[in-house]
Design a protein. Structure first.
Length: 281
C-alpha cells in the first residue's frame, strides 16, 4: 500500500488577476514584518539574474487604447477589466494608466524605420521586412499619406520609435517602447523639437542641450480629429530635468540607451496596434 500523495493547490494567475496579484505581493512586502529584513537581503539583491540580459526580456509597448483595441472589448480574450479608449496600456504588465493624467517617461534612444506590411487579411500578421530611412525600396513606391505603396502590393509605413524608461505604478522605472506613426508623426516631430530646445547650464558659464536620457516628460492622451475621423493621440509636455538625487535613474537610462544603440535590445513591430488601430491617415 503506497503512501497517499499530498494534494497541493496551485493558483495560476493570468491577465488582470496577475496584475492584481503583483500589487498584492508588493503591498505585503511593504507592509509586512514577516519578510527577511533589508540587512539580510541587501547582499543578495539581483542575485540569480547574472546571465539574464536585455535580450532575454520582453520589451513592453506603451500604447493608447482605441475604440477597436481588444483590451476595451468585453468578451475578447485580451479584454482588460476597466480598460477604456484613451487609456494608456502596458502590453506586458497589463497595467492601465489614466490617459488624461498621463505617464512619466524618459526617452533614451530614438530611431525611425519603415516596416513593410501586407494588406490586412493577407499573409502573416508580422511585418514582411523592416527598412531603414535610406533604403532604396522607399523610392520605388507611391506615397499614400504616411504610407508608401510598393510595386509588390505591400506597403511601408513611416514609424518613429522611442525607447524609454517609463514610470511604473510602484514608483520605479522600467524599459519600454513607444511608437508613433500616421497622424502621430506630427507629435513625434514636435517632441523631437522640444528635446533639442531644452537648455541647462554647461558648467562653463554657458548653456547646452542635456542628453535625451536626462529629461523626464509627461505623456498623456486626448481626442484628436481631422476631416477623416477621430482618434486618441499623444500629448507631450516636459516634466523636469534629472537632478543629483536621480543619479541611479540617470545611470539606468544611460545604460538602456547604450544597450539599444549596440543592438542588445530585441524588438518587433507592434502587430496588435496595427490590427486594432482606426487612425485615419
Amino acid at each position: 500500500m503506497g503512501i497517499p500523495k499530498k494534494k497541493t493547490n496551485i493558483q495560476i494567475y493570468k491577465g488582470n488577476e496577475l496584475t492584481k496579484r503583483r500589487q498584492e505581493l508588493l503591498d505585503m512586502v511593504t507592509k509586512s514584518d514577516t519578510f527577511l529584513p533589508d540587512s539580510i537581503l541587501h547582499d543578495d539583491l539581483d542575485k540569480g539574474f547574472e546571465n539574464m540580459t536585455q535580450q532575454d526580456l520582453a520589451l513592453p509597448f506603451i500604447r493608447i487604447l482605441g475604440q477597436l483595441s481588444p483590451q476595451v472589448t468585453e468578451g475578447d480574450a485580451k479584454y482588460v477589466a476597466g480598460a477604456k479608449p484613451g487609456m494608456i496600456y502596458n502590453t506586458v504588465t497589463n497595467e492601465l494608466y489614466d490617459g488624461k493624467k498621463g505617464i512619466k517617461v524618459i526617452p533614451c534612444y530614438y530611431k525611425k524605420d519603415y516596416p513593410e506590411w501586407s494588406d490586412r487579411g493577407e499573409g502573416s500578421a508580422a511585418p514582411v521586412a523592416l527598412h531603414s530611412p535610406n533604403s532604396p525600396v522607399i523610392a520605388t513606391g507611391k506615397r499614400e499619406g504616411s504610407k508608401v505603396r510598393l510595386p509588390n502590393g505591400n506597403y511601408i509605413e513611416e514609424t518613429a520609435s522611442y525607447y524609454v524608461m517609463v514610470e511604473t505604478k510602484a514608483g520605479g522605472y522600467t524599459p519600454a517602447l513607444i511608437t508613433m506613426k500616421s497622424t502621430q508623426l506630427n507629435v513625434s516631430k514636435k517632441w523631437n523639437a522640444m528635446m533639442k530646445t531644452i537648455q541647462m547650464p554647461d558648467g562653463k558659464g554657458g548653456f547646452a542641450v542635456p542628453p535625451m536620457h536626462g529629461v523626464v516628460y509627461n505623456l498623456s492622451s486626448n481626442l484628436q480629429k481631422n476631416d477623416k475621423g477621430s482618434w486618441y493621440g499623444w500629448v507631450v509636455t516636459q516634466d523636469r530635468i534629472l537632478e543629483t538625487k536621480d543619479k541611479s535613474l540617470y545611470i539606468s537610462a544611460k545604460g538602456f540607451a547604450g544597450d539599444v544603440k549596440k543592438g542588445s535590445v530585441q524588438t518587433r513591430a507592434d502587430v496588435e496596434e496595427r490590427v486594432s488601430e482606426n487612425v485615419p491617415f
